[in-house]
Design a protein around this ligand. Structure first.
Ligand code: RB5
Length: 145
């Protein structure tokens, strides 16, 4: 499994913490930046992870900004992307099980590394259930551009 990860300045520290988690757990990842806490624009970094997921260079994405809202808004504009802002492990589990989310979005200003690791683990460990949820996701795809 390969993960594409990116953040803006407000998510930078949490991103670096999650990279250490990937390394400890032998999870392959690609870091699309940002590389410091210097101010940047979150849509630019959302787009890098979105492009990677859409062209198959990674299986799942992780995006982090201050609230998680900007990254969610940016990523969910693209067809085939289902980005889920999750504050708790159970939300991440349901985002995978019911929504087949392919990008996990985290709020860098409101989440510490320990909770972020739990949320990410729940996301990565859960499979999409399919069935009635498949029909709903097809309807989402009809709205995408
Ligand atoms: C940057 O200050 C902040 O606006 C951004 O990280 C994010 O929270 C936007 O939704």
């Amino acid at each position: 499994m390969k993960i594409a990860i990116a953040s803006d300045h407000a998510g930078f520290r949490l991103k670096e913490g999650l990279k250490a988690f990937f390394e400890r757990n032998n999870i392959d990842y690609i870091d699309f930046g940002t590389d410091s806490t210097a101010s940047v624009d979150y849509p630019d970094f959302a787009k890098k992870v979105v492009d990677c997921i859409r062209n198959g260079c990674a299986d799942f994405g992780v995006l982090i900004c201050g609230t998680g809202l900007g990254m969610s808004m940016a990523a969910n504009r693209f067809k085939g992307i289902r980005a889920a802002l999750c504050f708790f492990p159970e939300m991440a589990r349901l985002a995978r099980k019911d929504n087949n989310a392919n990008i996990l979005v985290l709020p860098g200003r409101f989440m510490g590394i320990e909770l972020a690791e739990w949320v990410l683990s729940a996301f990565l460990e859960t499979k999409f259930e399919g069935g009635r949820h498949e029909r709903r996701i097809r309807k989402l795809e009809d709205y995408g551009s």
